[in-house]
Design a protein around this ligand. Structure first.
Ligand SMILES: [Zn+2]
Length: 64
């Protein structure tokens, strides 16, 4: 993971980006979506959030 990233939800640069998903592109390399930890936790509560995201947050130890 990069040291810094742009949160796709609040559009702030975060020093602690969490990967929340990836966009696949048929015509080129896809892109990875990052979020700041608070947004990642919020996103993880959505039914459509991937199960591995909840595991990732739990592994970070900052899951509520
Ligand atoms: Zn954010």
């Amino acid at each position: 993971m990069p040291d810094r990233g742009l949160c796709v939800r609040c559009h702030q640069v975060t020093d602690d980006p969490v990967m929340i998903g990836a966009v696949e592109s048929g015509s080129g390399p896809g892109s990875i979506l990052y979020a700041c930890p608070p947004c990642a936790r919020e996103y993880a509560e959505n039914w459509f959030a991937p199960a591995w995201l909840r595991e990732e947050l739990a592994a970070r130890g900052d899951d509520p």
